[in-house]
Write a protein that binds this ligand. Structure first.
Ligand SMILES: Cc1cc2nc3c(=O)[nH]c(=O)nc-3n(C[C@H](O)[C@H](O)[C@H](O)COP(=O)(O)O)c2cc1C
Length: 186
């Protein structure tokens, strides 16, 4: 069973983290870290907190516990997804300060040249945000904006969220049935 790390931070879009977790639960070992603000946004947007991330083969880590097993380069995973990713967390990862478990694990993924998928959500973006996104890309992360396409004719909020989650699963090389492959109509 492969294992993945999901980090939830205080940007809008907690639904993406919930749907990614729901899809992977039971299929993989999941290590979840939720920032304080991430939990606040979950309560605001989903009426649930970080305790949502529970179950068999699920470990919920404290963001303050920087010496957790997953903070070591020896802990091998199929990748880390920061979803949604706040500009605050992004800026701290770029600065390399590693003051929380999320920042430390992201730092490890970059230094070990492992898969780090960052799903930012902010609008508009300042030049600071844009520079930080570019720096992360250049350091080896994959930037996957929380920006669903509309060509599959989504009807509901769930449909829209599925489009972003499908792109994340594609990047993790996980087969997904959420969204069919694109076929031109003509
Ligand atoms: C209601 C609300 C919505 C927010 N939405 C966003 C957002 O979409 N993107 C973002 O980068 N920051 C957003 N923020 C700001 C972050 O929560 C803030 O920068 C926080 O310090 C991030 O902390 P974290 O990165 O440790 O989770 C929002 C804050 C609040 C209170």
């Amino acid at each position: 069973m492969n294992r993945y790390i999901i980090a939830v931070t205080g940007a809008s879009g907690a639904i993406y983290a919930k749907k990614l977790f729901d899809y992977l639960k039971g299929k993989a070992e999941l290590h979840v870290i939720v920032s304080e603000r991430g939990a606040e946004l979950m309560r605001l947007e989903l009426s649930t907190g970080s305790s949502y991330f529970s179950g068999e083969n699920v470990v919920l880590h404290k963001n303050s516990k920087i010496n957790a097993s997953i903070a070591s380069g020896s802990f091998k995973t199929g990748g880390m997804v920061i979803v949604p990713a706040s500009m605050g967390t992004l800026g701290r990862i770029v600065s390399g300060v590693s003051t929380s478990l999320i920042e430390r694990v992201a730092d490890v993924m970059l230094k070990e040249k492992r898969k780090l998928i960052v799903v930012p959500r902010e609008a508009p973006l300042s030049s600071i945000h844009l520079k930080n996104l570019l720096t992360l890309d250049q350091a080896g992360a994959l930037i996957l904006p929380a920006s669903p396409g509309f060509y599959n004719n989504p009807q509901t909020i769930d449909d829209l969220a599925d489009i972003v989650v499908a792109r994340i699963l594609d990047q993790l090389d996980i087969e997904q049935e959420l969204i069919p492959p694109y076929h031109p109509k003509n």
